[in-house]
Design a protein. Structure first.
Ligand SMILES: Nc1nc2c(c(=O)[nH]1)N[C@H]1C(S)=C(S)[C@@H](COP(=O)(O)OP(=O)(O)OC[C@H]3O[C@@H](n4cnc5c(=O)[nH]c(N)nc54)[C@H](O)[C@@H]3O)O[C@H]1N2
Ligand SMILES: Nc1nc2c(c(=O)[nH]1)N[C@H]1C(S)=C(S)[C@@H](COP(=O)(O)OP(=O)(O)OC[C@H]3O[C@@H](n4cnc5c(=O)[nH]c(N)nc54)[C@H](O)[C@@H]3O)O[C@H]1N2
Ligand code: SF4
Ligand SMILES: [Mo]
Length: 713
């Protein structure tokens, strides 16, 4: 911290909006945060930052931010909109506790649910919040944004390697061939691979002669790499065909893992029917190109893969991610220089006990499901659980999340959330979900809490651990989640694990984990916040995670996923053969202007998403008689939406794209987002029993089939 005479000080911190985790310098004037800029002296991120990171101050100071607890006051006239009144923390906590006690008395502890949204991933103290709340509530109804994001990765790594923390990243320094599946690094900076300034890094790779291959319905970065422009939601079959071709020609080679792998025959058996010719129509890529890709991958002196949300969010995210692991493994590219490997982390990893049998599934009235890491239920089942005739979920706590807009289901989900007896949102804004609830509690933002970059440990190109102090005092009455939970538990008359009067929870939570590296929260603070870690690189990297056992290619708990893969292929073949001209496949499209749903209340950002347009290939527009700015109707059996049309020649014909996060027509708490318009694309996405992948709970939100016509026609 540098103090100057005018009480202006600068504080080194890091951005917690996305996984790049950029080092930042905040300027605090008279105790008030006024600006952040990129930290040019940061040893790893070297001054990189994006517009959203710099605009996080505008969220911090947004006059629409919730700064006091709010309670809904229903208007006497039922037709009128509810209003919101500020209440004291004591009254809010007492009111919530009283209502909870009534609900639990009537319906039992499982009538309470908890939804954890994405920003929790970037908050090292959230674990402390749950440490108190979850046991006090005694419920197992836990949801998170992970089932809309990456729970397929948890499930596969858990079952194959023995831990959800085993997520290989490409050895970017050495790879000859890099396959990037379902990721748009310019916009999103990716996920599960933390590389500051990813576009600069990819340009460097290209200039060094690395072949960069995007696998995406969108020709993502034509100047950086070629694109295998597959049909949405067909990734498993492209990967299966590559494995088929490799098995049939050069054969599987396990490299370092020879003799340490079980179930390889089952991999060969799975891919056997999927020759490049058989899959070509379903994948939408000529057989010859798939064959060549397979040979190039197998022949490269170090081929690597990074797969992200475009692959995760298909109907079979777990099958696809399993095949990614099998492709790396069976070509000897797992943990090999230039392949994909398990990166160093600041904390030693303790291998969990994983049940890899079918006993790890639970039977529910909505079908079989397996909770990744033993915890999360599919968010796609939220309406079902609320309406559960045996054990209805009547209360829901939402921490830093906005399921009304981020989970598939649209009106059905909104109606179910709106029917709860108690819905509490802990957030920076009264967002679309909070708007449906009874209480909104003001949380601290990233600048108002001490933190540690736990979120990227094990997936950083250049591993480092960073501690940040609280940059400024909370605005208004905002409180950290762990303090809110501790107080709530006490208001319920129970013992909280933590005392909300404590100064800091980080040493308690992380000093033990940091100790083997000779680190602690104090030591990090004394060293200016950042410690870079030695990266031994590929070779023994799985063992270094403590995962020294056998790699299970086909554990029992994956068998049903594999069988489902075959059944689904037949369905896709039939669908492709009978596709009408107006049928499109809707994919995801993030924009530079927001992070999911939560920066839409800021001015600016409209340039890349005014009114949430429907993006399509210009040839498709011409075919449908649509010109730029024309309005299209997008329809399927779940919803009908209307959106202005924009063109992007990088899209595969037959594919349309929209951005999630819009649909704030009733969100009075975010007036600018409300005025901005735009529809909730997740109204088109499925919800309920068939909308999730049983082994991972992962919900389908890409490759949604829709019919598009000119509005009015
Ligand atoms: N169609 C479609 N749907 C998608 C996706 C897609 O690509 N397409 N992407 C999916 C993905 S990857 C994700 S991660 C999910 C995200 O889904 P959610 O997590 O449900 O949504 P977010 O918009 O990230 O919600 C974040 C909320 O947290 C609040 N917030 C921000 N910082 C803090 C904080 O420090 N504390 C508290 N208490 N609140 C905070 C914000 O104000 C915002 O209201 O959406 C998923 N849904
Ligand atoms: N500016 C900005 N940055 C963000 C976010 C944001 O909302 N805005 N969100 C943050 C979050 S929570 C996350 S999880 C990360 C996500 O980071 P990424 O995973 O990189 O997500 P996207 O940028 O949405 O890229 C997904 C890509 O998948 C493609 N795709 C869609 N369907 C399919 C398919 O069926 N198969 C294949 N192979 N590709 C497909 C899309 O065309 C797109 O190029 O980004 C984070 N960063
Ligand atoms: S790239 Fe991500 S971490 Fe870096 S400034 Fe932008 S939002 Fe923040
Ligand atoms: Mo995400």
């Amino acid at each position: 911290m540098t103090h100057t005479a005018t009480s202006v000080e600068t504080v080194n911190t890091f951005c917690r909006l996305c996984e790049a985790g950029c080092g930042m310098v905040a300027t605090v004037d008279g105790g008030r945060l006024v600006q952040v800029r990129a930290d040019w002296d940061h040893p790893v991120t070297h001054g990189f930052a994006c517009k959203n990171g710099l605009r996080a101050v505008d969220v911090h100071l947004d006059p629409d931010r919730v700064l006091h607890p709010q309670q809904r006051v229903d208007a006497a006239d039922a037709a009128a909109d509810p209003t919101w009144a500020d209440v004291s923390w004591d009254d809010a906590l007492a009111g919530i506790a009283a209502r909870l006690q009534e609900i639990v008395a009537e319906h039992g502890p499982r009538s309470v649910g908890i939804f954890l949204g994405n920003p929790n991933a970037f908050n090292a103290t959230v674990g402390a919040a749950l440490m108190s709340l979850a046991p006090a509530l005694g419920t197992d109804r836990l949801f998170s944004s992970a089932t809309q994001d990456c729970s397929n990765k948890y499930a596969v790594s858990e079952l194959v390697y023995g831990s959800m923390s085993a997520q290989p990243i490409p050895d970017l320094d050495r790879t000859e061939l890099l396959m990037l599946i379902g990721t748009n690094p310019r916009v999103s900076k990716s996920s599960y691979m933390s590389v500051p300034d990813p576009i600069a890094a990819l340009r460097e790779l290209r200039d060094r002669g690395t072949r960069v291959i995007f696998v995406d319905p969108l020709d993502v970065e034509p100047d950086i790499g070629e694109c295998v422009q597959l049909r949405p939601d067909s990734d498993p079959y492209l990967l299966a065909a590559m494995l088929h071709e490799i098995h049939a020609t050069v054969g599987f080679r396990l490299g370092e893992f020879e003799g340490r792998v079980d179930g390889l025959d089952e991999v060969a058996a799975f891919v056997a029917p999927y020759s490049p010719e058989v899959v070509a129509d379903v994948v939408g890529i000529p057989a010859e190109r798939i064959r060549q890709l397979a040979h190039d991958f197998a022949a490269a002196d170090g081929a690597s893969i990074h797969a992200s949300t475009g692959l995760n969010m298909g109907r079979q995210g777990a099958l696809a991610y399993w095949l990614v692991q099998m492709l790396l493994l069976c070509t000897g590219n797992l943990d090999r220089p230039g392949g994909s490997f398990f990166a160093a982390r600041a904390f030693p990893h303790t291998p969990p006990t994983v049940d890899r049998t079918d006993a790890s599934f639970e039977e529910t009235r909505w079908g079989r499901l397996r909770r990744p890491i033993g915890t999360m239920l599919p968010a796609a089942l939220i309406p079902e659980l609320i309406e559960d005739p045996d054990e209805p979920m009547r209360a829901l706590f939402v921490f830093a999340g906005n399921p009304a807009l981020t989970v598939g289901g649209g009106d059905r989900l909104t109606d179910a959330l709106g029917s709860l007896d108690l819905l509490v949102s802990v957030d920076l804004y009264r967002n679309a979900t909070g708007e449906l609830g009874h209480y909104v509690l003001p949380a601290t933002d990233q600048f108002e809490r001490e933190d540690l970059n736990t979120f990227v440990q094990g997936v950083q190109r250049t591993p480092f651990v960073q501690w940040t102090p609280k940059v400024c005092e909370p605005e208004g009455e905002a409180r950290e989640e762990w303090r809110i939970c501790a107080d709530l538990v006490r208001a319920m008359g129970k013992d909280a694990a933590l005392d909300s009067a404590m100064q800091s929870v980080l040493p308690l939570m992380y000093d033990g984990a940091l100790a083997p590296r000779g680190l602690s929260i104090d030591a990090l603070r004394d060293a200016g916040g950042v410690a870079t870690l030695h990266e031994p690189g590929p070779g023994g990297s799985l063992d270094r995670l403590g995962l020294t056992g056998t790699i299970e290619c086909a554990p029992e708990a994956l068998h049903s996923t594999i069988a489902r893969g075959h059944a689904r292929f037949a369905e896709l073949q039939a669908a492709v053969a009978t596709e009408p001209d107006t049928r499109f496949s809707m994919i995801t499209r993030r924009t530079l202007g927001s992070i999911n749903t939560w920066m839409l209340n800021l001015p600016g950002g409209e340039e890349d998403g005014a009114g949430n347009p429907l993006w399509m290939h210009p040839d498709d527009g011409a075919r449908l008689g649509l010109v730029a700015g024309a309005v299209a109707t997008i329809r399927n059996e779940r919803a009908t939406l209307v959106a202005p049309v924009r063109f992007d020649p990088r899209l595969r014909p037959g594919v349309v794209a929209m951005t999630h996060g819009f649909g704030n027509v009733s969100t009075t708490g975010m007036p600018r987002a409300q005025r901005r318009g735009g529809v909730n694309v997740n109204a088109l996405a499925p919800s309920g029993p068939d909308a999730f992948d049983p082994v991972s709970g992962m919900q389908q939100i890409t490759g949604i089939l829709v019919d598009v016509t000119a509005a009015g026609s």
